[in-house]
Write a protein that binds this ligand. Structure first.
Ligand code: ATP
Ligand code: MG
Length: 655
């Protein structure tokens, strides 16, 4: 790609001047303090060693970091711990057994209240059951389940026994499950008979039967009854959870494992291509998950009620429902269903019911709430909320403001957290109580983490400049590789800036005049218009700042005169009228006014939906296929593939 060496790596177009300093009251009580940055800079390894002391270690490490075999890191070398013990037993032992760990809310409205005593009993029974099935430390277990408590018991039971789990999102197909079982040579699948989706039970086990028919490594299928759906049964292989787990002893002694013992494999969401099986290990991972959860969300274990709306099928569910929060003795809400079942106020009803104080979700959902309209959250008492978080995509400044105003009573800090499956835990984020927040910016690497924006040559760009986001120092929760494929690991993350030894995240970013970091989307998605390298995020944010627009996705399509032309797909807000020719012209002019004529879209399409991954990220590569009249690429991680037909039909009518 020769055009990459001309001009800046990424133009810097959109500016944002609103800032929101923390209140004195919040700052005074915050877990994080401004001095943490300097402390971490002075001695990074000592800083991480202090964070590792948050955990219980059976054997202390003798070296914080071994980077001699880079890019394969070892953290807390020689240390031994049990991850599940750290998330469950020690809270019971310290006298908090009666504290609620999980307020579980089923989609049909059934509920379960699980204390730390209950959690310990359930995890112990599950661990005893897996032992009875003959599983041994190092074996792999696939978990293919909806958001039921048994999914969390299963993950923790694996961690307890040193089994490596591979959670596969319950919305994925039999083929996705098959390929993930095969890749990891898993011996057991844990699943349910069915799952509730949008108010209706849907079978899940048939997909397992289909997958397992082709994966000879699987010895057993352990099935939780959730929907009472009729299922086929293979005697000897299939076992009901209620027959096996319920009769086990609720006592189990956790054994310590090496700090680098594999904890889980998890596949990336597939926005940029074939999903990668990311490997995470134990001590460093738990240290960073725990540290970030405590400081970024300002968790007060005795008074907060925390809710992360992710699915456990994604890394956010691993680090910010299971490992980070439980290691911090959280009380949290876990919700099984979709946000509009049975009505569009379901999340706010749950916040009101449990007095949720910390709420962590994705921009895609925030923009969906914008589309549904602010009258819906306004009907509920949301006054318990005190910290809001966002993850998964760049959050457009306008969506950030909407979130703070309509959900956070114009008061709460909003933390925009940048990280990846690969990073294991949050890397770049404001710290509530410390940082003056800027809508749309993840701002600064956390204390202990180092991130830079660099140009093609790997040289740091000046303030105001744009380029590639890299992580220039190893961090405790970093991936330890791609499962079974060391070459792909080096090639994917470490080859782009091999000379400098930087981890390349695949994302574009810029510094503003203060040196704060703004994420600008995937570098694969960057558009080149008449020699200007324009980020999708900036044009999308300009569109979302128009009062009629709820959500936007832009792509660069080949253009005979400009190289690429900007094609925008927009969803209008609930209260906006339909998008005729005038509306389209208004949107094109609005972008030109907000960020300059160079970014004016060639075409604006009003669409009912956008293609999103099952984790809610917009799949721009498919929109590029549409805009360039190609056949549509791999759609296996798409939430709803009929969306692509709707969009193509609209385009053919001439948008
Ligand atoms: P694949 O690597 O298979 O394409 P994926 O990158 O979508 O999948 P994840 O690891 O779930 O899978 O997503 C990480 C990516 O999400 C980041 O690289 C970044 O592009 C985006 N992201 C996450 N959080 C933020 C954020 N706060 N701001 C901007 N982008 C974010
Ligand atoms: Mg990725």
């Amino acid at each position: 790609m020769t055009e990459q060496s001309q001009g800046p790596a990424l133009d810097n177009l959109l500016t944002e001047s609103r800032t929101f300093p923390p209140s004195d009251e919040f700052a005074a009580a915050a877990n994080a303090g401004p001095d943490m940055y300097a402390a971490a800079d002075a001695d990074r390894e000592a800083f991480w060693a202090t964070q590792a002391e948050r955990l219980h270690w059976d054997t202390k490490w003798d070296q914080v970091l071994d980077w001699s075999d880079a890019p394969f890191a070892k953290w807390f070398v020689g240390g031994k711990l049990n991850v599940a013990y750290n998330c469950v037993d020690r809270h019971v032992e310290s006298g908090h057994g009666e504290q609620v760990a999980i307020h579980w809310e089923g989609e049909p409205g059934d509920t379960r209240t699980i204390t730390y005593n209950d959690l310990l009993a359930e995890v112990s029974k599950t661990a005893n059951a897996l032992t009875e099935l003959g599983l041994q430390a190092g074996d792999r277990v696939a978990i293919y389940m909806p958001m039921v408590p048994e999914a969390i018991f299963s993950m923790l039971a694996c961690a307890r026994l040193g089994l490596t789990h591979s959670v596969v999102f319950g919305g994925f197909s039999a083929e996705a499950l098959r390929s993930r079982i095969e890749d990891a040579s898993a011996k057991l699948v844990i699943t349910t008979d069915g799952q509730y989706r949008r108010g209706k039970p849907a079978a899940l086990k048939p997909a397992v039967d289909e997958a397992v028919a082709q994966t000879p490594t699987i010895e057993h299928v352990l099935v939780v009854k959730r929907t009472d759906t009729e299922v086929e049964w293979t005697e000897g292989r299939d076992i009901w959870w209620s027959d096996l787990v319920d009769r086990q002893s609720d006592k189990h002694t956790a054994e310590a494992f090496d700090s680098e013992h594999p904890l889980y494999i998890l596949y990336t969401s597939g926005t940029t291509g074939k999903p990668k099986g990311i490997l995470h290990t134990s001590g460093g991972y738990l240290t960073q998950a725990s540290y970030t959860h405590f400081n970024v969300f300002d968790l007060k274990p005795d008074s907060d009620v925390y809710w992360c709306t992710a699915d456990i099928g994604w890394v956010t569910g691993h680090s910010y429902i299971v490992y980070g929060p439980l290691s911090n003795r959280v009380t949290q809400v876990v919700y099984e269903g979709t946000p509009n079942t049975p009505h569009e106020g379901r999340h706010w009803e749950i916040v009101q019911k449990y007095g949720v104080s910390i709420y962590y979700t994705a921009p895609t959902l925030i923009r969906t709430f914008m589309k549904w309209g602010k009258d819906i959250p306004a009907k509920y008492d949301l006054s318990s909320l005190r910290v809001l978080g966002s993850v998964g995509e760049p959050i457009n400044p306008e969506a950030w403001i909407w979130y703070r105003e309509n959900i956070g009573a114009n008061q709460t800090p909003v933390v925009d957290t940048w990280w990846q499956t690969e990073t294991g835990a949050i890397m770049i984020s404001p710290l509530p109580g410390v940082t003056s927040a800027k809508p749309g910016s993840a701002q600064q690497a956390l204390p202990g983490v180092s991130a830079k924006v660099v140009d093609d040559q790997g040289k740091e760009v000046p303030h105001g400049g744009g380029g590639y986001l890299v992580l220039d120092k190893p961090w405790p929760s970093m991936l330890r590789g791609i499962w079974g494929d060391n070459d792909r690991y080096r090639e994917t993350y470490w080859s782009r800036f091999a000379d400098q030894g930087f981890y390349f995240a695949g994302d574009g970013a810029k510094y503003d005049a203060d040196g704060d970091i703004w994420l600008l989307g995937r570098v694969d998605d960057v558009m080149n218009v008449s020699g200007h390298r324009i980020s999708t995020t900036e044009v999308e944010s300009a569109l979302v700042s128009h009062p009629t627009v709820a959500e936007a996705a832009v792509v660069g399509a080949t253009d005979p005169t400009t190289g690429q032309g900007i094609v925008a797909f927009v969803i209008l807000r609930g209260d906006a009228v339909d998008g005729g020719a005038d509306a389209v012209k208004a949107l094109r002019d609005h972008v030109a006014k907000e960020i300059g004529p160079i970014a004016k879209p060639r075409q604006v399409m009003v669409v009912p939906e956008l293609p999103k991954t099952r984790s809610g990220k917009i799949m721009r590569r498919l929109l590029r296929d549409v805009a360039e009249n190609r056949s549509i690429g791999d759609v296996t991680t798409l939430a709803d593939s009929s969306v692509m037909d709707l969009i193509s039909q609209g385009l053919n009518k001439g948008g």
